[in-house]
Design a protein around this ligand. Structure first.
Ligand code: 1GP
Length: 246
């Protein structure tokens, strides 16, 4: 079974938690320790990527450290072709659908596709959109941010992703967003599509994670906000427990 098939199967049974580790935010050894905690807490996958990466070496070393400490699938969440790593298991082959920069929509993909083929990384197709406030990802990704009350545009992007044959749709408010994606937007997207729905950006507590999962998110994605929490492990376990029973 491929990683994507496995996630699709799992997500039919319960709500999942994925963690995003940004190689720019900690040394590889620390990423390895965090990976161990994520595994113990019950996360289902570790995503690796970030908008401010400087070198592929960072990504390689972070993936290697994670693989040493965890048997969770490691899925790249790349901001460009030069940040792919053969040490990961898979890559979200994702298009930032609401970017004004064609590089993030398709051109980086063209550059990176041969690496994916020859490295053996499993490509997992994903449509990706950023809503207000967008934070660093919105700025670097040159996203035409979806307004927080513009449900129709959110539905339109999700349907477009589904009709283009993408397996996953990721809607996020940006890392560290003061307010995550509104519940009404998640409900509207869920009601109108059948694509696997991932939600992230600004989700810091089990209560918020539960609300977003209850609204229709299949996968809750958390990143740096949680990693900075002094009670990281217990917050994480509580998030996993809060959503998986839904
Ligand atoms: C990953 O933006 C999310 O795409 C992560 O957001 O750092 O706010 O959890 P947080």
């Amino acid at each position: 079974m491929t990683i994507a098939e496995n996630i699709l199967e799992l997500s039919k049974k319960k709500k999942l938690h994925f963690a995003l580790l940004d190689p720019d935010k900690q040394k590889p050894a620390v990423a390895g320790q965090i990976a161990q905690t994520l595994t113990e807490a019950g996360s289902s996958a570790i995503m690796v990527g970030g908008s401010t990466l400087l070198s592929q070496k960072q990504v390689d070393e972070t993936c290697q450290a994670i693989k040493k400490n965890s048997d969770l699938p490691v899925i790249l969440f790349p901001s460009g072709a030069k940040f792919l790593s053969k040490y990961a298991d898979a890559v979200f082959f994702m298009s930032l659908l609401n970017s004004n920069n064609l590089g993030y929509v398709i051109r980086e993909h063209v550059k990176g596709a041969p690496f994916v083929k020859y490295s053996g990384l499993e490509p997992i197709s994903m449509g990706y959109v950023i809503i207000e406030p967008g934070m660093t990802a919105g700025r670097i990704g040159e996203a035409e941010l979806i307004k927080r009350n513009d449900l129709q545009t959110a539905i339109g992007y999700a349907l477009a992703a589904e009709y283009l044959g993408m397996d996953f749709f990721y809607i996020e408010a940006g890392s560290g967003a003061p307010d995550p994606v509104p519940n009404e937007m998640i409900q509207a997207v869920k009601k109108n599509t059948s694509i696997i729905l991932c939600v992230g950006g600004g989700i810091r507590t089990p209560e918020t994670a539960k609300e977003k999962a209850h609204a229709g998110a299949n996968i809750i994605i958390t990143g740096t906000a949680i990693e900075k929490d002094a009670h990281f492990k217990s917050t994480l376990s509580s998030i996993v427990q809060a959503i998986e029973g839904l």
